[in-house]
Every structure is written in structure tokens, then in C-alpha cells.
Ligand binder design. Structure first.
Ligand SMILES: [Zn+2]
Length: 261
């Protein structure tokens, strides 16, 4: 499932291919990925250009002169820029056709991704109740988001209204790097642990962005290559354990990430 590093990769791809070209037409192959009417999408997009883009959490917001085209990639979403008609990628759902005869297609194998229009970034973030972006937030914003929060660490990291962009895999990695048991109560963390957690959120996401979110390509000392049954911790060689928290299957090292007494 695309988490923040993958969506950042899509953002850079869109910026590198699709900005500042007039959009001549839009082909909607499957309108189930639209949160808006097709006619409404066309009205906002055709004749305009993608001016710039901003990522917030797992959302990509593309500036169309005044409004924003919003893309969420769900479980399997992706973008592809191509020119030949015969090369229309499999699972294309919405195709933006530019004046230079190239196309940008939003693909999704499953129907969980969504395309929408918003008038401003602030309105959108408020409507979706999103917390600060996990990669761009400051330490002050992180501490502000932590105020009055309780509950367990793993759930909080997954909660997009706390901080936006972290999903199941990166939350496990961040907890592993911080040596935090996934069910640690967040309001028991002291100042230095909060600082460490903040630093590790940034570092884990940074490595993810550098690797374009490709999970097959992580350093061995990360938990990611060991997210399997019968794997061992790359730090202490203890057997990795699997847990289920709020319906998500996660992994952790019971030795490095000890339960607090
Ligand atoms: Zn370990």
C-alpha cells in the first residue's frame, strides 16, 4: 500500500513529467475512483495546466491554476506518463491527455484510490482532519500533535489525524528503530524518547524516499527485510514476532522492543 515515501516518489514523477502543459482531454475509464462527477472533473481540469504539486501525508495535491486535483493512491495506485496510444497501461482508470500528445494515467488494480477536487489545501486538510505531514513536520508540531493524546504507540502512528503519511510497514520500522514495544502507551514516554521517536520518523521516511518506497531494497539492519515468519532480528537475532493491532498485522522484536514493566 502506498505510504508517504511512495507518494513522494509519485509527486516527483509527476513534477518531472507533467507540469505546465495544457490538458486537452480527460478519459475516465472507471468512474468508481472519482469522488466527484466526471463532468465536474472535466470542468476543472480541461484547458488548465498542472502548475505544481504538494504532498500531504499520503495525498498528492496538484495545483490547477486555482483549484487542486487531489489524488489518493489507496492500496495499489500509481502514475504513468506515456505517449503512444498502444501503451495505455493496464489498470488505467483516469487518463489526462496533454497538448504534446503525452498522457498521464492514474492506475489502480483495486478500487480504493480516489480522485477529488479541492478549493484550497487548508480546506482539504481540515475536511479530512489530517495531522501535520510526518516528513515535513517540525519537532514543535510533533509535540503539539502529541498533546492530549493517549493510546498505544502503533495506533497513534497509524492515525492520520495525529500525523499524516505513516502506514503499517513504516510504523513498525519506526517503532523498531526507537526500540518501542508497539503497545507502549504514548503518554508514558519521556522527553528524550519523544525526541528519539520524532528523529526516527524522519530518518525512516527519508530512507524510504531515497529508495522510492521499494520494499525489496532495504538495508539488512532494517526490520523491513525481516517481515516474515521465522525471521530473526538483524540486531539481536531473537525471533521476530507477529502481532495484530486494530486489524493490522505487524512485526516487532520482543527483545529490542521490550514491554515496559
Ligand atoms: Zn532484536
Amino acid at each position: 500500500m502506498p505510504e508517504l515515501p511512495e507518494v513522494e516518489t509519485y509527486k516527483r514523477y509527476l513534477d518531472g513529467t507533467s507540469l505546465n502543459q495544457i490538458i486537452i482531454s480527460v478519459k475516465v475509464i472507471d468512474n468508481r475512483v472519482l469522488n466527484i462527477d466526471e463532468s465536474y472533473l472535466r470542468k476543472f481540469v480541461i484547458g488548465n495546466k498542472f502548475k505544481s504539486s504538494i504532498r500531504h501525508g499520503k495525498y498528492l495535491l496538484v495545483n490547477l491554476e486555482q483549484d487542486y486535483l487531489i489524488m489518493h493512491f489507496g492500496m495499489t495506485g500509481d502514475l504513468k506518463y506515456y505517449n503512444k496510444k498502444g501503451d495505455e497501461p493496464k489498470f488505467s482508470k483516469v487518463i489526462f491527455h496533454f497538448e504534446n500528445d503525452f498522457n498521464l494515467t492514474y492506475t489502480s488494480r483495486r478500487m480504493f484510490g480516489r480522485i477529488d477536487i479541492a478549493e484550497s489545501i487548508e480546506d482539504f486538510i481540515e475536511k479530512k482532519n489530517l495531522g501535520p505531514d510526518a516528513y515535513k513536520m517540525s519537532l514543535e508540531e510533533f509535540k503539539g500533535a502529541l498533546k492530549r493524546r493517549s493510546g498505544i504507540a502503533k495506533n497513534l502512528l497509524l492515525n492520520q489525524s495525529f500525523v499524516a503519511g505513516i502506514g503499517n510497514i513504516y510504523s513498525d520500522e519506526i517503532l523498531f528503530k526507537t526500540k518501542l514495544y508497539p503497545k507502549t502507551k504514548i503518554d508514558t514516554l519521556d522527553e528524550s524518547k519523544i525526541h528519539e521517536l520524532f528523529t526516527n520518523i524522519k530518518e525512516v521516511l527519508q530512507v524510504g524516499i531515497e529508495r522510492k518506497g521499494d520494499l525489496s531494497n532495504y538495508p539488512n539492519h532494517f526490520l523491513i527485510p525481516h517481515r516474515k515468519k521465522d525471521e530473526h532480528c538483524p540486531i539481536c537475532n531473537t525471533g521476530i514476532e507477529r502481532n495484530e493491532i486494530s486489524g493490522r498485522h505487524g512485526f516487532y522484536c520482543p527483545n529490542c522492543q521490550k514491554k515496559s514493566p
